[in-house]
Design a protein around this ligand. Structure first.
Ligand code: BGC
Length: 450
């Protein structure tokens, strides 16, 4: 087998994250125009925006499980096909029902990508790069969101521009399909199917600097881990695993209840509600998207230097304060819409800064760290389904309440951010710098001490 460049494997391995970001972010601008073309009520807007999330819940659960049976690569290929078809169908939809169904189908690929990308990257990476690669996934998601915002801006003036916005995702989907045809299967999955020779060949091709005995060592480690892996629901429910389950689900749900996607999906709606024109609303959103990407890059550098718990608490505090101030300022009657627009933009930027630096990637990393080996994949899967479900709940009801009470609604998210601090202090344990085995032993000992 020819050598395969690591950059190629990581880029195409993470490309699904970009589609996840694009397809969830693109609706933010598109909805301003869809709502007029299809005369949608605020509730139907919530349905169109969150249809993708319903699909994602299904995709995260089903495609993740299927990938144990049929391999990571074939499931990424399947997701790429669904990404392409779902984008085409939603861009051609001529009524709200077809649009909603197409977005649900598209969502299964988004959920699939959210489960497959971190898994594939972690399985391809040498152990020491695992943390950084998890952040690479988050970086791809934010780049996907930003690309969507830019496409929204570019086509905002076109008649039926929203169709181009939604359909544009077909390009990265085709790229993902072609790139994945050349991607190797995960050696870890091959070993679980007793295809050790093939796994050896792939590891040799991607670990260009490794000695043959290092590859042998990696293979025996994978085999050893394989024997222990395979836990199911019963294992996840054991008493000593429960603190991990509480952390996994708690972090996943709080990541959404602090309201991140009200900004990511609805920023243009928020801005146009204040009175900004559609173009200025989308332009301000691009600013938020750029900041989200830049701060995620910064996060890459600090993620292993500061304790995860400290990061999360700092993030919650920053988000709670910025949202709280946003509510207060919105209560003053500022006659000039532009000024109110800038103030809102400034507070939302501070909010995004704290999210991207902390909760954005730390949540995804921690749900991969806290569970014992035997239920690691399953536990992370359950947590990510919880994340999509909470995302769905928030996205569905946001437009309805926002229409009724406007920016004061952010008080709810500020309170959630404040509550998350209590949760972190009382329920979350530190994982930075600890080996996964040490975390597992700590969990076990804790349960004996009770
Ligand atoms: C969250 C997404 C969110 C994105 C924003 C991710 O960590 O899970 O729901 O849209 O960050 O950057």
């Amino acid at each position: 087998m020819k050598k395969i460049s690591r950059g190629f494997v990581y880029f195409f391995g993470a490309l699904g994250g970009l589609l996840f970001g694009y397809d969830t972010g693109v609706i933010s601008g598109a909805i301003l125009f869809i709502k007029n073309d299809m005369s949608l009520s605020s509730f139907s807007q919530g349905v169109v925006v969150s249809a993708i999330l319903l699909g994602a819940i299904i995709g995260a659960a089903v495609i993740g499980l299927l990938s144990d049976k049929y391999g990571r690569r074939s499931m990424v290929l399947l997701s790429a096909v669904i990404f392409a078809l779902g984008s085409i169908c939603s861009s051609l939809a001529n009524n709200v029902v077809i649009l909603t169904i197409s977005r649900i189908v598209l969502g299964t690929a988004v959920g699939g990508a959210s489960a497959l990308v971190p898994l594939y990257l972690a399985e391809m990476a040498p152990a020491k790069y695992r943390g950084t690669l998890s952040t690479l996934n988050q970086l791809m998601i934010t780049i996907g969101i930003l690309s969507a915002y830019i496409v929204n801006l570019a086509f905002a003036n076109y008649p039926y521009g929203w169709r181009i916005m939604l359909g544009f995702a077909v390009l990265p989907a085709v790229l993902l399909f072609i790139g994945t045809l050349y991607l190797p299967e995960s050696p870890r999955w091959l070993i679980s199917k007793n295809l050790e020779d093939k796994a050896y060949e792939i590891l040799k091709a991607v670990r260009s600097n490794s000695e043959p005995n290092e590859i042998d060592e990696e293979i025996s480690e994978i085999k050893e881990a394989n024997v222990k892996e395979n836990g199911g629901f019963k294992d996840l429910m054991q008493k000593w695993v429960r603190p991990a389950l509480i952390i996994g689900i708690g972090l996943a749900v709080f990541q959404q209840l602090i309201g991140i996607n009200t900004v990511i999906y609805y920023a243009p709606t928020i801005f146009s509600n204040i009175g900004l024109g559609e173009i200025s609303a989308i332009l301000s959103t691009v600013g938020i998207g750029v900041l989200n990407v830049l701060v995620t890059i910064l996060a890459l550098f600090i993620m292993d230097k500061i304790d995860r718990k400290k990061m999360l608490i700092m993030g919650s505090l920053g988000m709670a304060v910025s949202l709280f101030l946003l509510c207060i300022v919105s209560q003053f009657h500022i006659a000039n819409n532009n000024i109110l627009g800038y103030i809102t933009l400034a507070f939302l930027c501070i909010y995004i800064f704290f999210f991207a630096l902390t909760w954005g990637h730390v949540m995804w990393i921690m749900i991969g760290e806290v569970f014992p080996l035997k239920v690691r994949g399953f536990g992370a899967g359950v947590s990510s389904v919880a994340n999509w479900t909470a995302n769905l709940a928030v996205a569905l009801v946001f437009p309805f309440f926002f229409e009724k009470i406007g920016n004061i609604l952010f008080l709810f998210f500020a309170i959630m951010a404040a509550l998350s601090i209590l949760f972190i202090k009382n329920k979350v344990f530190e994982t930075r710098g600890k080996s996964l085995e040490a975390i597992e032993i700590m969990l076990y000992k804790k349960s004996k001490a009770i």
